[in-house]
Design a binder for this molecule. Structure first.
Ligand code: GLY
Length: 402
């Protein structure tokens, strides 16, 4: 073969590998893992060259990267993505970095001023423990669960999400706000019960899941973002939104947290009522007349200008990851959950949503929405969109290589 032909063939192969449009199977997985390896590798290089332990979250308006500290609810996602990258590639050079980025946020285990300690510690230390069995990480998880337990409020039987003594939350007239996102923190409580045998964490998780199921959902399976409880009587004071379009709208990432959160509860308890709730929340999205053909939801499914509304990629990647787990559970239609997740992943891995290598501030996915009502992080990459994309790749791989 002549040199020119060889170069042409090599280019075709390289472009095919970079196209990210294959729909399923080994090629899809290996091409996306290769992309993530390269892209996260660029970010790691940037971090290591800085001489600091930076924790990337998103891009600021000026195009520079926003890095957070341990107290930010998103501080566990980048370390978690590095753990998944290590797991998916077997690249041992990632291991000391995963340890370093994880251990840099250890102080988060003491946080008692918001509910997000579950997100933070499970994505970082939780994955680290799963992959390395490093004993010291158990103590971090247990201490974090104790911190989260301090936010349990007996009367309503829930874990309080936000404090109301400062910031924009203090301006809403709430007494004890609980957001649907909080379902994700229950993973930490179930984990701590397994590590200690102490059922008090488990009981808090069940109480929270049950009250949330009772109060936070509408008949059609959509959920409220915020339920405000009365700390003295335990009654509901308000059903509101903070990040959605309206109090009665369906904020898509909230819907994702609900689906994923109740799948956790079913996994950890075996109680079918949680499975039913997860499926109901998913069916609301699946059957929504405005769900786009590529299955990447609008930021709020009740937003007024659909189809001219922004999509939220973070909602799609979280739902895809949740559906892969759902498809492994012994339920009717399990294979259809896998097919739906595959279709979402095909969209996310297409050039519409997946960044070109070396672009997008080294984040994997574009077009997520943080909070439109707060005019914050609109149509940007977000580290949690990337984290759930990585997790979805890992879950897809597990299913397909079984
Ligand atoms: N947990 C905050 C959010 O989903 O934006």
């Amino acid at each position: 073969m002549k040199t020119k032909e060889l170069i042409a063939l090599t280019c075709v192969a390289f472009l095919a590998a970079c196209s990210g449009t294959k729909s399923s199977g080994d090629d899809f997985l290996s091409e996306n893992i290769k992309f993530a390896h390269e892209q996260i590798g660029h970010e790691i290089k940037t971090i290591e060259e800085s001489g600091k332990v930076l924790n990337p979250v998103t891009l600021k308006k000026d195009g520079s990267t926003f890095y957070c500290n341990y107290g930010d609810w998103r501080s566990g996602f980048f370390p978690g993505s590095v753990w998944y990258l290590y797991e998916l590639t077997g690249d041992k050079t990632l291991l000391p970095l995963a340890y370093k980025y994880t251990e840099a946020i250890e102080q988060a285990k003491t946080l008692t001023n918001h509910h997000d300690v579950g997100f933070i510690i499970e994505c970082s230390f939780g994955n680290g423990l799963r992959l390395t069995n490093k004993k010291e990480y158990e103590a971090v998880i247990i201490e974090a669960a104790k911190s989260l337990s301090t936010r349990f409020r007996e009367k309503p039987g829930i874990i309080q999400s936000w404090n109301v003594d400062r910031g924009w939350q203090s301006e809403r007239g709430w007494n004890c706000p609980v957001i649907i996102d909080n379902m994700m923190n229950l993973q930490l409580m179930f984990h701590a019960t397994k590590l200690t045998g102490d059922s008090s964490f488990y009981k808090i998780a069940i109480s929270h899941a049950d009250r949330t199921m009772q109060e936070q959902f509408r008949e059609d399976g959509s959920c409220y973002h915020v339920i405000d409880y009365d700390l003295e009587t335990g009654e509901v004071r308000n059903r509101h939104t903070a990040q959605g379009y309206a109090h009665e709208s369906a904020w898509s990432r909230g819907q994702a947290w609900a689906i994923y959160g109740y799948i956790i509860c079913y996994r950890e308890t075996g109680d079918c009522k949680y499975l039913d709730q997860a499926v109901k929340a998913f069916n609301f999205m699946k059957n929504h007349p405005d769900m786009p053909a590529d299955l990447v939801p609008y930021w709020d499914m009740s937003a007024p200008n659909i189809p001219n509304e922004l999509r939220d990629v973070s909602s799609a990647s979280c739902i895809a990851s949740a559906l892969y787990e759902l498809s492994t559970m012994d339920v009717e239609n399990a294979s259809s959950y896998k097919a739906y997740a595959d279709k979402m992943m095909t969209s996310l891995a297409s050039p519409t949503y997946r960044a070109k290598p070396g672009e997008n501030g080294n984040f994997l996915l574009m077009h997520s929405v943080g909070s439109i009502p707060h005019n914050a992080e609109i149509d940007v990459p977000l580290n949690y969109a990337d984290y759930y994309f990585m997790e979805a790749l890992k879950r897809k791989k597990d299913i397909e290589t079984k």
